[in-house]
Design a protein around this ligand. Sequence first.
Ligand code: MG
Length: 497
Amino acid sequence: MPAGQIPYAVILALFMLVACKGEESQAGQPRAPNIVIIFIDDMGYEDIEPFGASGIETPNLNRMAAEGMRFTDFAVPSSVCSASRAALLTGCYNRRVSISGALGPRASHGLHADEVTLAEICKQKGYATACFGKWHLGHHPKFLPLQQGFDEYYGLPYSNDMWPFHPDYVDFPEGTAKRKKGYPNLPIIAGNRVIDSEVSGSDQEQLTTRYTERAVEFIAENRERPFFLYVPHSMVHVPLFVSDKFRGKSQRGLFGDVVMELDWSVGEIIGAIDRHDLTEETLVIFTSDNGPWLSYGDHAGGAGVFREGKGTQFEGGVREPTIMRWPGMIPAGSECGELAASIDLLPTIAAMIGADLPGHKIDGKDIRPLMFGQENALSPHVAFYGYYAGGQLQTVRDRRWKLHLPHSYRSLTASGGGTGGKPNAYQQLEIELSLFDLQNDPGESQNLADKNRDVVERLLMHAERARQDLGDTLSKREGAGRRPHGELAPGDERLVW
Ligand code: MG
C-alpha cells in the first residue's frame, strides 16, 4: 500500500491547481507535465542506495527518493533489452508487438511503424521529444527513433558489447573466421546517420557524460514548451566504462564507479529541471530494463533478496529499482509496494497529458492512483505475464502470487560469476509448476502449489487467456492478438557504416 495517505480528491484538486497555473502561462492551454524517463541497462534491484546498495554512493537518487516515491514491486514483462524496451515504449507485452530477446547488428527487423510509442503519444499534444542513449528496437533507418515519434536522437543503436571486443570473440586473432563471426564495429548515430563508425573504449568512457549533456541541453532549449525526454543509458551493461570523473570513487570497483556516474547523470537532469523552474511541472521516472547480468560477477550488480537475474523471469530478472518524482503531485518520501509495470507508463502518461490512447489494444494500466498516493489504491493488474526465450509464457502473477509454468532457465554454477569483465558460463536448470507467495517469500524459494490449488487454477486460467491472446511458444500457440514486428523490405535503406 502506498505510504503517502493523501485522499484522491485532494490529489485531483492539486492536479487542477497545477493545470490552472499552467493555463495562465500557456494562453488558455492547461500545462501538462514534462516527462523524463531515465532507463538504466541491466541495473539490479539492490544497486542504488534507496534500494539497499552499500559501497556505492547515490546522493542524487537518494534525493529523488526523498522527494518522490519508491516503487518496490515494479516489473518488466521480459528480462532482456529489446523486449523490455518494446514494452516500455508501446505499453504492450513485448510478445504482443513481436519483439523478443536482444536485436543484434545482423537483425533485419525492428519495432513496427504502426506501433504507437510514448513519443508519439506526447507528440499528439505538441511535446518536444528526444531520445539520448541506447535504442535497441532496430538499427536500420526505418526503425530508428526519428521514425517513432522522436524529434532528436543520439546514441548507440544496440548494446555496447556488440562490438569486436565482445569477450566471446576478442581472443581469436583478427581476420580469423571465428573472430569474423563476432560483431562489426560499433557505430554512434545522430538523427538517422552514423556520425562515428568505430566506437573505441575511450568513446565508451564518455557515453554517460555525452547522453547527459544532450539531455541537459534539450531541457534548456525546451523549457518554454512541454517535452518528453527519454534517456536509455548504455551503462551498466557490460563492458563497463566510466569517465575520469568517477574512476575509483566507489568502494565497489568499476561497477560501483559506473553506478555513481549514472547517479551524477540523474543529478544533472534534475538540476536542469529545477534551474529552469520546472520542478513542479515535470515527472521524472528512474528505472531499469532488466536485472543484473550475474554471469559477469564483479562487473554485474545484485538483485538483493530476489532470485536469479537478467535472462530469467524470476524476480531478480524482472523487478526493477524504480523511483518517480513530481513534487506537489507524488507524495514526497513515499513508497508503493503494489504491483506496477513498465507497460503502465504509456496509458498513465497519456491520461496525464490528455492524449488519446492508441487505436489498437494495449496491456498497460493507468497507475495514477498509486503514483498520487491514493489511500488503499491497489494494483490494477488482475494478472501480469512474463514472456521469455522467444515467446515462452513462463510466469503469471497477481499482487501476491506468482506461478511459474514448467520451463528451463539459466543459473550460475557453483563457481559463480566471472571477474574483470569476463563472464562465467551458466548452467541450464528446470523449474516445475511452482507457486510462490511474493509477499512472504520474495526470494521464490518455497513452492506452495500443492497447498494452494485454487490459486494455481485461477492463475492457470489467466495463462490460458494469455495463450489465446498472445500465444506461447512453449505450448506452440500463435495468439490471436499479436501484431507483427517491422521487417526490412528489399527497397528499404540500410544503415551503413
Ligand atoms: Mg538490458
